[in-house]
Design a protein around this ligand. Sequence first.
Ligand SMILES: [Zn+2]
Length: 378
Amino acid sequence: MEVKPFQVSVREIFDGYLNDEESGQVVAFGGKLNVRPAYQREFVYNAEQQEAVMHTILNDFPLNVIYWSDNGDGTYEMIDGQQRTLSFCEWLNNGFSIFANPNAPKMPYYAHTSEVIKERVLNYKLMVYICKGTDVEKLEWFKVINIAGEKLNDQELRNAVYTGQWLADAKQFFSKRNCIAYKLGEKYLTGSPIRQEYLESVLYWISSAIGLTIEELMARHQGDASATPLKDYYRGMINWIEQTFPNYRKLMRGIEWGLLFNDFGFRTYNPEELEKQISELLLDEDVTRQKGIYEYVLSGKTREKALSIRQFSENDRRRMYERQQGICPLCEKEGRGVKLELSEMHADHKIPWSRGGHTTLENGWLLCRRHNLEKSDK
Ligand SMILES: [Zn+2]
């Protein structure tokens, strides 16, 4: 990893500044600097922060260090410093008008009708660090500088590293307001496309299916010409959810659908039968994790853990202890019941939940460690 400090004036950065509202593209530094690379979330004008930036510059105080990434072909991408850069560039373009905060103190020197003031801003020098390295090195480094700057989340950081046609194509589908992925799957996914949470989910699901990390998957496909397989996977998954569970419930939002699709997408189900099981399970008071119902029914009722069946409470345990006088009933049956401490005993369903037993005092007892293990082995 190579990190080079570099002093640059506002004039040099403002040279060729272009902010295309339509496409969201922003370039500066003679067209060589991508101020708003595709992975950066939408810049939110924060009038107070912008005024603070201009205040700093006009007082000739130092701004925090800015980071660019060297693309290796004479062009650069803004890694950290987008807000600051846009603040002074927009000020030079529009002057006062962008400072929309009505409560902000009106500082007379913002009206850059004065060429002297404008010159002062243009001559201001700031410190830029330019980094060049492998993808993995960059990612590590971005994580570190990200602590201080305009914060990017994990997927935004990954997008900063694994750039290319593949990612651009994927983002077209997964990462725009009202993108196709959002329109198709908004009922099933949580998070925001713009903050890259849809993209992150689909990458996570696919990489899990083949035993890779998201970074490994992105590195492997970075050079691909299109992200069609990602889109196909996603469409296939949504299609599968809709056909398997035609009756939509709000609780279906935020389930890790891709993981279920990976495990069960190839099986055939009877949607009516599944629906019957779901509505029964929703009425079961011992099911404390209702989102897990979908995994449970898809697994053919083998993944009981997904439901987080209600445990016996501490009060229940103490009542059972009194009732049994501290003796394991199964040991007693074997003719060797001895009094144990409460802490040595384990609450257990006499009839397991899966066979219709509930988490009630009547259906509970305390067993010794050995008998509890023997029972749960079955
Ligand atoms: Zn026992």
